[in-house]
Design a protein around this ligand. Sequence first.
Ligand SMILES: [Zn+2]
Length: 348
Amino acid sequence: MVSSVLLSLLGLLSLIAGCLPNPAETGSGSSPIAALSEPSGQAPSGAQITSRGWRPPAPLDAKRAFSYLERLCKIGSRTTGTAGMLQQQRLLEDHFVALGGKPEWQVFMHKHPLTGQQVEVKNLIVRWKPELKQRVLLCSHYDTRPYPDQDPKNPRGLFVGANDGGSSTALLMELGHAVPKMDLKVGVDFVFFDAEELVYIDNGMTLGDYFVGSTYFAEQIVSAPTETTYRAGILMDMIGDKELQLSWDEVSFKYAPLLAKEVWGIAKELGLKEFSPRVLHSIRDDHLPLNQIAKIPTIDIIDFDYPTIASRSRSHWHTMADTPDKCSGESITKVAAVVMTWLQRQKP
Ligand SMILES: [Zn+2]
């Protein structure tokens, strides 16, 4: 994921070091947008914020969600084409088979940016209610960046991507307990994108392309159309931060403003103050090819300020500090509860 930052709160326009700016998408839409239309429908039963903290709606389980995050991180690096990625692929396949899913692999070859050798890129797709033609996408990248290249001490150290890659993968693993039991009016595809950031920074040069898996997925939709219609997509990335703060990103708001308002409106109904209805960052992520190539209105739920806006100069993003202790199952299941409610409200 690549970002430029619209610090609308502070009235500043700035760029995060090491990120590529998104010139076409900076400089506009940076004012806070507070007005939300009144949402309709019921909040999921069982979701509660009590004096003892957050309790997600059944069957979501914050401890279990966090245990998935820990299991993924125990593998270590899960970069495209590595043994760690292979281990993760087996884990996810076993997980979704056990939940009654039929994992499918979308496989293609890609030139490795360092070695020049062909590397296998594998998107994982789990389709729920495959017979339904009207469908929605829930996505996450599941590869981890090869190195923690923003780490101030050891930019060639181990990067386990607890929040970046791990948290949203753990969220879909957790949501896999809920979706098969739901009375869905639309089909739901979980898509795990590979090679979101098979990218190396070398002497200030960026080697490799972003969004390789999602670009291929979007191109396949265009080049090999089926009877399936994807009416909307929700991408999730970096949603495990203990200090969760979720604002709209400018790209999401440009391509899918109604969806962005709807999702943040559900969060408001659930009393989740972590969701703030204002445009903050301009994020280049896997939602770009889905919007631009496949024309699927897709938002990105992402907390780029890790842990907080105030701590931006010592962010854990792309550092060795992106470890499970910075994340929580509560944060993961708060986002999962919002997404689950959104799924419940999908009409045929
Ligand atoms: Zn990343």
